[in-house]
Ligand binder design. Structure first.
Ligand SMILES: CC(C)(COP(=O)(O)OP(=O)(O)OC[C@H]1O[C@@H](n2cnc3c(N)ncnc32)[C@H](O)[C@@H]1OP(=O)(O)O)[C@@H](O)C(=O)NCCC(=O)NCCS
Length: 298
């Protein structure tokens, strides 16, 4: 097939680009490039960006598209995707006849970039002002990120994680920092848990108990292994749980805590009264423990 004047990237002059960057210049590359024989070829901007990000070993690639990000069927934006999930999204869109929208083209590039070592690719909208700032400087971002799966995985817990979770939380239970949970209880509630697993060791966990009638959720059993604290894993869990709660249509998130009041307050949680708890939880609320109730709007 004759592709006429559309082409593919064969070579990028990385040294020249690095020289410009090192001298403090900003490099802008258009989508038209020349071949060694001097002909001009049109490339897609997504391909230029992807190849460039890979070659320059960029930390991230950002794509401005017509949509704000990848959405679920009900229109909620998915804030994070692994390359395999993104690939599935591409295939779903292709099955619907969308082969060539900017979003699909960028997703293809993002999957390729991610699999070639670019840790993050952000998909955001060009239709709204200020999205770049919001994406990069807000905790949850506003669009969709395609991220590399690392040695450390953050994922929903399965029945196989129960041993790891019990090991992680048992000393905190003994110290009275976390409420005691039996193996049977964990088995029943395992689908509520998110875990951070590193080289087969469970290093952090958190659970989300939704109360859909009251549009509120409880974040509970938040624990980070002592060797892995102060590296934002607590923060990451909070982001995950908040995102899950939002996806479930919840409007608020609360925690009951005795030892980590300030940690939550520093992340925007506000003290609240027992009446604010969902009915079922109010009945169980144990005054003797003197938990502090903290709540945040999602
Ligand atoms: C609270 C907890 C989850 C934080 O995990 P983490 O991964 O260390 O958190 P981050 O890395 O995101 O944040 C670290 C910051 O929080 C501070 N911090 C940690 N625990 C804190 C606490 N209990 N109270 C106040 N601040 C705390 C750290 O000093 C650090 O501050 P810095 O950034 O100024 O150095 C972790 O300390 C933990 O597992 N605690 C025991 C269990 C618990 O209390 N759970 C909450 C009840 S559900």
């Amino acid at each position: 097939m004759d592709y006429c004047h559309s082409g593919r990237i064969r070579r990028i002059d990385e040294a020249a680009i690095h020289r410009q960057l090192d001298s403090g210049a900003i490099v802008l590359l258009g989508p038209v490039a020349v071949s060694v024989t001097g002909e001009s070829f049109n490339l897609t901007s997504e391909e230029v960006a992807t190849q460039l990000a890979i070659k320059l070993k960029a930390e991230k690639m950002i794509g401005f598209c017509s949509s704000q990000g990848v959405t679920t069927q009900d229109g909620t934006i998915i804030s994070e995707l692994f390359p395999d999930d993104a690939q599935r999204c591409i295939e779903e869109r292709e099955a619907d006849g969308d082969y060539n929208s900017g979003t699909v083209r960028f997703l293809r590039g993002a999957v390729r970039a991610c699999r070639s070592g670019v840790r993050r690719s952000h998909l955001i909208s060009y239709q709204e002002d200020g999205v770049l700032v919001q994406e990069l400087f807000s905790r949850d971002g506003i669009g969709t990120q395609i991220v590399m799966e690392g040695a450390e995985q953050v994922r929903r817990a399965t029945i196989n994680d129960i041993g790891g979770i019990l090991e992680l939380i048992s000393s905190l239970e003994q110290q009275g920092i976390l409420v005691r949970r039996s193996r049977e209880q964990l088995e029943m509630e395992i689908d509520k848990f998110t875990v951070v697993v590193r080289d087969n060791l469970t290093i952090a966990c958190a659970a989300l108990y939704p109360f859909p009638e009251e549009s509120i959720g409880e974040m509970a059993c938040v624990a980070v292994h002592t060797d892995y604290r102060s590296s934002s894993r607590g923060d990451m869990l909070l982001q995950r749980v908040a995102a899950q709660a939002r996806q479930q249509g919840l409007k608020k998130l609360f925690v009951l805590t005795t030892h980590s009041i300030h940690w939550f307050q520093e992340r925007g949680f506000q003290p609240a009264e027992v009446e604010m708890l969902p009915k079922r939880k109010q009945e169980l609320y144990n005054y003797q423990r003197r938990y502090k109730i903290l709540v945040i709007d999602l």
